[in-house]
Each structure stands twice: as structure tokens, then as C-alpha cells.
Design a protein around this ligand. Structure first.
Ligand SMILES: Nc1ncnc2c1ncn2[C@@H]1O[C@H](COP(=O)(O)OP(=O)(O)OP(=O)(O)O)[C@@H](O)[C@H]1O
Length: 455
């Protein structure tokens, strides 16, 4: 077993690590959780030894009762960040607040949190009731109180009929629910969940996903949830933090991540199949790829003026590409011409890969597409859903959102750069501070970026 696996296993045993945080008894409307809890990370860094800078200047405000998801590829620092919030990992630099307390030096048991891991580690010799009650017993919670909390949690999780069973008599999903139950009975203000569904098969994951969502609504608790699965992130989160190499790439609602990715990484990470990226030259406000042209519209067209004559990455989601003669998209001159390379019929939809002037474009076409490899086709593009990215910084060329603004970091985690405005403007911003406050010289026309509370 590798050192990393050992570490994961070590922390996967929540009982001794997470004695029941002292229950305050203060109700806040949900079913059985503790006090108001927002979680705030200010300039948090984590170094492992001298070389490994695992989390870099992480700034985030998680609102009370928010469901916040951390997502990103393996090794991007999701678990490390969660473990710092839990107190299982020291914070090298920066400030962590839970509620109105700075908790950098507060031991895990006093942070009013509970953690659920992918390895749910139930005690095999105890039945479900005893497993759920164990932590409270250790805390010498009165028996009637234990009984009430266990039965309440079992009702919420719909496992009342399983209370007398041993773990080996349970399915994977039921075991995971017991593990959740063990966290719920502690009535913490904040639940931390580290890939809690990754041991389950695909069908159960979907089932448990909706259960966790319902649980969040019923408990009214703050949940911080780590996953590398973008579908889980999109369906569960009020907001999502997309991370790469220890840096926040964007924090936003699922829909804003989808519609307004702030950089190429987020654009490619969110959505399935992934967004197409085509190298295109900007000419007369149009993206030119080989013999094909696609015109930009609206604000993107305005932002694109600064790129006239230059190359950019044009981003098009496969679901925004149609087949001429086989799509509801308006027919016009905005077509990409190419040769079909792959046809994957899935019944309700067909995925096509089309070679457009040496670049591959995936199209998600409704129903059965009447084409085969080798056919010359014209692809219709939904002009209203185009994205464009600077080839050097990989930042989105138009980063506005319908609500005006929402703030994220650039690839260095330092702030925003605004290409095409003379010298690139690096704008630093603090928690909740409008960018204008820290960037009074931001060029005219630049979107004001804030890192304010969730909508
Ligand atoms: N104890 C440790 N000592 C040294 N490096 C570590 C340690 N724990 C994690 N790292 C490194 O820190 C980085 C972030 O790891 P972390 O476990 O937070 O990533 P992750 O996003 O949760 O990945 P995964 O999805 O694979 O669990 C990785 O490069 C990892 O190798």
C-alpha cells in the first residue's frame, strides 16, 4: 500500500478522529443541526515539505447552509483543502474561520463539523443502531437523547427498518447511508464529504446523489463536498469550486460555469462531451477556420475587436453544433464544413466527430444522423453560445455574466488579466471587495469582478 493510500485509509476511520463535537442544542430550522456556520478561507496555503505547494492562496466564502462542491482532476488539492477545514491537516499560511471563530488552531473535535469519507468504515460487530450511537455514547450523551437522535437520523435517511442489522447484511448504498447517519447524529454545523459515493456502483451513485440533495434541504446544514465527478458537482452544488494545481480556476453556480466559463480549463472540464476548441483567426469579426466562417454576436463580438487579425481558441459545445438539414438551428452562413470521421449512434442522440480543416469537432446530434464516415457535411453552429479564449492566457475573451459579474481568478490565482486593453491589467481583489475598490485604474469597459456571496 502506498503512503498516500495509507494516509487516506488512516483518515477514513472517523470515530476516533471525530469525537462528537459538543452539540450546542441550538436549532436553526433544519432537522437537527447545530449553529449557523459559514466557512471562510482567506489566503490559505498548504505546503507539504519545502517543494509541494498543494494549495495556493485559496480564498473562498462558503455561506451558512450552502452546498459547496470542490471539483477538479486528481491531485489538484481538493482533499487537502477539505482536510485543512476539518483540522486533519495544518494550514501552512492564511486564516480559516468557521462561524465567527478563527479555527486554525482549534482541534477537529471542537470545530463543530462531521466528515463522511468514501470508505465508510462501519464497525462490523455492531448493528446499525449501535454504529450510529457509538460516538454519542463515547461523549456520554444521555441515553434518551441518543435514542432520539439515532431514530430521527434513521427516519431522515429512511433506514429505520435496518437499525437491527449488521453492516455485512447491508448493501453498499445502505452502508453509506449509515455512515451519513453517524455524521448526522452529531448535529454538526458543517458536513465535510470526501468523495462519499465513489465506492458505489453507477446506479447507486445516482440514487444516493438525490438522497444527499434532499438531506441537504432537510437538514439545512452547510455541506462541503469533494468529488472529481463533474456530474455529481453540477447536480449537487449550489456553487462549485473548480480547482487545478492547487489554484481556484472559478467559483460559480453550475449554470454559470456551463454558460460563462472564465477560462479554457473550466470550459473543458464542465460539460460532456467536452467543449470543442478550435484554433481560429479573427477576421472582420468572424472566426475563420479553413474555408469556414462563424460570426461572433453581441458582447463577444465587441470583446473580439481587440483580437482582429489574431488567433484565438474558439469554444463550441457539442450540443450547440447541428447538422445542416437535420437541426432546428437557423440555417445561415455560419457553418463549418468537414468530413465525418466517427459516427456513434446512441439511439436518442448521435455523436459525430467531424474533421474541419484538420481540426476535430464533436457534434451531439438529436436522434439518428443520416451520415457515415467519409461523408462531407456542413455543421451548423449556434452563434449565441460561442466561447473564445486567449491563446496565451487561456482566459475567456468575454467574461461577463448576465447578472453583470462574478469573480474568479486567473490561471496564476492572482486576479484577472484583461487582454486587448493595452498592457494586461492584473486586478487583485479581496474577500467580498468589489474589484473596482482594489483596481481603480481598471480600463473602461472592463467587467467589474466581485467575490461576493452566493446568489
Ligand atoms: N501528505 C502528503 N505529503 C506530500 N504531498 C502530498 C500529501 N498529501 C497530498 N499531497 C500532494 O498534494 C497534492 C494535492 O493532493 P490532494 O490529495 O489534496 O488532491 P486531490 O485533488 O484530493 O486528489 P484526488 O482526487 O486524487 O484525491 C498532490 O500533488 C498530492 O500528491
Amino acid at each position: 500500500m502506498s503512503a498516500r493510500q495509507q494516509r487516506k485509509q488512516q483518515v477514513s476511520h472517523p470515530e476516533p478522529r471525530f469525537p462528537d463535537p459538543s452539540f450546542t442544542g441550538k436549532s436553526r430550522g433544519g432537522e437537527g443541526v447545530g449553529v449557523m456556520a459559514e466557512v471562510i478561507l482567506e489566503h490559505v496555503n498548504k505546503y507539504y515539505g519545502n517543494k509541494q505547494h498543494a494549495v495556493k492562496d485559496f480564498n473562498l466564502e462558503i455561506a451558512d447552509r450552502e452546498f459547496m462542491v470542490f471539483v477538479g482532476p486528481s491531485g489538484c488539492g481538493k482533499s487537502t483543502t477539505l482536510r485543512m477545514i476539518a483540522g486533519l491537516e495544518d494550514i501552512s499560511d492564511g486564516v480559516l474561520r468557521i462561524g465567527d471563530r478563527v479555527v486554525n488552531d482549534v482541534p477537529p473535535k471542537d470545530r463543530d463539523i462531521a466528515m463522511v469519507f468514501q470508505n465508510y468504515a462501519l464497525y462490523p460487530h455492531m448493528n446499525v443502531y449501535e454504529n450510529m450511537a457509538f460516538g454519542l455514547k463515547l461523549r456520554k450523551t444521555p441515553r434518551e437523547e441518543i435514542d432520539k437522535r439515532v431514530r430521527d437520523a434513521a427516519r431522515i435517511l429512511q433506514i429505520e427498518h435496518l437499525l437491527g442489522r449488521k453492516p455485512k447484511e447491508l448493501s453498499g448504498g445502505q452502508r453509506q447511508r449509515v455512515a451519513m447517519g453517524r455524521a448526522i447524529v452529531r448535529e454538526p454545523s458543517v458536513f465535510l464529504m470526501d468523495e462519499p459515493l465513489s465506492n458505489l456502483d453507477a446506479k447507486l451513485r445516482v440514487e444516493m446523489r438525490s438522497q444527499i440533495s434532499q438531506l441537504h434541504r432537510r437538514l439545512g446544514a452547510t455541506i462541503i463536498y469533494v468529488t472529481h465527478d463533474q456530474v455529481e458537482a453540477m447536480t449537487l452544488g449550489n456553487r462549485i469550486v473548480v480547482m487545478r494545481d492547487g489554484v481556484i480556476m472559478q467559483v460559480d453556480t453550475p449554470m454559470n460555469l456551463y454558460d460563462f466559463p472564465q477560462n479554457r480549463f473550466v470550459a473543458g472540464f464542465i460539460g460532456s462531451p467536452s467543449m470543442n476548441f478550435l484554433t481560429a483567426r479573427v477576421q472582420n469579426g468572424e472566426f475563420v477556420i479553413g474555408q469556414s466562417q462563424v460570426a461572433a454576436m453581441g458582447r463577444l463580438a465587441e470583446s473580439l475587436r481587440a483580437y482582429e487579425g489574431r488567433e484565438v481558441f474558439l469554444g463550441i459545445r457539442p450540443e450547440h453544433v447541428g447538422l445542416v438539414g437535420h437541426s432546428d438551428l437557423p440555417q445561415g452562413r455560419n457553418v463549418l464544413r468537414g468530413e465525418v470521421v466517427v459516427v456513434e449512434s446512441l439511439g436518442a442522440q448521435t455523436d459525430l466527430i467531424v474533421d474541419v480543416a484538420g481540426q476535430q469537432v464533436t457534434a451531439k446530434v438529436e436522434g439518428m444522423a443520416p451520415v457515415q464516415p467519409g461523408d462531407q457535411v456542413e455543421l451548423l453552429i449556434d452563434q449565441t453560445r460561442l466561447h473564445a479564449f486567449d491563446t496565451e492566457t487561456e482566459l475567456a475573451i468575454d467574461r461577463g455574466t448576465p447578472s453583470g459579474t462574478r469573480g474568479q481568478m486567473d490561471t496564476q490565482g492572482l486576479g484577472y488579466e484583461y487582454p486587448g486593453q493595452g498592457q494586461p491589467q492584473a486586478v487583485s481583489f479581496g474577500q467580498g471587495a468589489p474589484a473596482m475598490a482594489t483596481a481603480p485604474n481598471a480600463p473602461a469597459g472592463v467587467t467589474v469582478i466581485t467575490t461576493d456571496a452566493p446568489r
